[in-house]
Each structure stands twice: as C-alpha cells, then as structure tokens.
Design a protein around this ligand. Structure first.
Ligand SMILES: [Zn+2]
Length: 330
C-alpha cells in the first residue's frame, strides 16, 4: 500500500532517477529508499485491474484480501442487482478503496434494447451503488463490451464514461490461473485488463499478477473518467510513505573458487524490501538472516526477524562482479 502511495508527485522525475541509478554500477550499490521507492515501484506507470459482475458471496472477500496483501487497488464493475443483494460486500469494496463503476442492472445485451430500457438499466444501478456503497459511479462498462450510439447517449446523460479494456484475461472463459497471469503480463502503462469478481482462477492468479507487475515497475491505479486510462489512484500524490526510507549497502564477503558471499546491510526503515541485481551467470546458492526469493536475475529479500543485516552466497559461473542492490520501504 505505502509503496503505491508515494508515487504520483515524482513520477516524471522517477524515470530520470532510474536512469541515473542504473547507469553506474558502482554508485548503484547504495541507493536511498526514498528515491528508489519512487523509481522502482511505479516508474513504468499504472495499469487498471478491473473485476466485473460482483459482488459475489463466495469470492469478493477473497478478491479484496488478495488485493490488500499485494498492496494493490482495482476497479470493480458490479451489476445493480448484485449490489442490491449484497450491500455489505459493496461496503467492503468501498472500504478497500476500490473504484466502483456501473455494469448495468442485470447484464443484458443492451444494444438490443430501447433507449428507455437502457436508461433504466443504468440509472437503477447508479442508485443501487449509491445506496449500498455511498458513491456515485462515473464509469460504465457495457456487458460483453457491446455498445452503440444510443447507449453512449444514455451513458453521457448519467455522467458516465464508457470503459472497455485493452487486455481480455479470458477468465470468464474458464482459462487457468496461469493463463490469466500471462494475459496480465501484456499490460503496459495506462492500460486496462478485463477480469471478473467470480472465477476462483482469477483469485488464484492475483498474487502472481501483482508480483509480475511489481517486477516490471508497474503499479495498480484507477481509471480516469476524463481520459479513460489507468492513472495513479487518488491520494497517491499527497500521502507520504508510512515506513520512511531505507538505504542498503553491499560488500564482498568470503570467496571460494566457485562462489562468494555478499553481505548486505539496511539502515533506515526496518520494513524493507531489497532487490538484488545479479550479474550474468551468477545464481543464488544460499542466504541467511532474510527471506530471499529468486535464484538468478533479480532477487527479492525481505526481513525474516533476524534484523537488518543479511547475506547471500552466489555461484560465480565465471562472473565475480559484486551485484547491486536497492532498498524500498514496504
Ligand atoms: Zn459482465
């Protein structure tokens, strides 16, 4: 959550910071958490995860929990009838800070309807969302993505912007969690992915999706009603990072023919995430005093209760260059 919250102000300068930091391997060994958090976490921009058709008794709370655990946000498009039937889940959406749009009353093929039927579908849903979640949507997603000029006129009369999607996860089509995760891998800055509130595979895919986005320096945002694109969520430019900042230093430890130790020490915040960029060929053999994930490329280290100094043993595979590391608060 916090990582996401500090971005907005400095997103333009973040790219410059990244470039500077990554340019010199030597200076990259120590980077302050404040600048790094900006650069590392949202430097590639924002994407919108959208979940249609909820709320659903069996999955909505799981969805919200998965988003919370990943420090992510999303846009939900409930139907009016589901909203009316599940007022407490609508409040859960709202309390989780999710953006709430309109997805018609009961999911008909709107383009086969008259203008007054369309009007009823959309306006009843506006009311149901207002009554259950206390917010008035300004986004509308037509069921099946089906739209026409008459529908757009109705949308406009209710102050709704029509939102389709850039990437269809196909989760509605019973694809696997791995396939849903793969689809999200195609998202780029500003884009929107279609998912649903109800498939179990979508819930299962979420942690991996969020992990992948993070590794690509993409953050989850909300959809701008003026541009229809994913942007930083509200409040992201004004709230300071809750965990302060951190710095990590990297030094060479004991060395053997085939491997060497790297010692890392974090100062500043004790709620940290250190990303360690290995050099070509190098791979992780062992680690201590931190929970380290990954074995090649970029490793991610988090505290495991053993304090702020930790270490790793790397197989050289011909490369003895000290890896670089950056620290961000979590
Ligand atoms: Zn739908």
């Amino acid at each position: 959550m916090r990582i996401r919250l500090l971005i907005g102000v400095a997103c333009a300068s973040a790219a410059a910071i990244t470039a500077t930091v990554l340019a010199g391997a030597a200076s990259a060994n120590t980077t302050t958490g404040a600048s790094r958090a900006l650069a590392a976490n949202c430097s590639a921009g924002y994407v919108a995860l959208t979940f249609d058709d909820g709320p659903t008794g069996s999955t909505t709370n799981q969805l919200i929990n998965a988003l919370r655990q990943g420090g992510a946000t999303a846009t939900v498009f409930p139907t009016g009838s589901n909203a009316q039937a599940n007022p407490s889940l609508m409040q859960a959406y709202r309390n989780a800070g999710l953006q709430i749009g309109n997805h018609s009353w009961d999911h008909p093929h709107l383009t086969t309807m008259t203008q007054s039927q369309m009007q009823s579908q959309l306006s009843r849903t506006q009311q149901a969302i207002q009554q259950t979640a206390g917010v008035t949507p300004n986004l509308f997603r037509p069921p099946y993505g089906e739209t026409n000029a008459t529908l757009r006129q109705v949308e406009a009369s209710l102050g709704l912007r029509e939102i389709i999607w850039d990437v269809d996860s196909q989760d509605w089509n019973n694809v696997s969690a791995a396939q849903i995760r793969q689809a999200a891998g195609r998202l780029t800055n500003g884009q929107i992915i279609l998912m649903h509130d109800w498939p179990q595979n979508t819930i299962q895919a979420l942690p991996g999706i969020l992990q992948d986005l993070q590794s690509r320096n993409l953050c989850t945002g909300h959809i701008s009603a003026s541009t229809g694109r994913a942007v930083a969520p509200p409040g992201s430019s004004t709230q300071p990072p809750g965990g302060g900042s951190c710095t990590v230093s990297v030094s060479r430890g004991q060395e053997w023919t085939d491997r060497f130790n790297v010692n890392l020490s974090v100062s500043g915040s004790s709620a940290w995430v250190v990303r360690i960029t290995l050099n070509g060929g190098q791979s992780l053999q062992n680690s201590w005093n931190a929970t380290v994930s990954g074995t090649t490329g970029t490793l991610t280290a988090r505290p495991n209760g053993a304090g702020n100094s930790f270490g790793i043993t790397l197989f050289k595979n011909g490369n003895t260059t000290l890896p670089s590391a950056t620290c961000a608060t979590s």
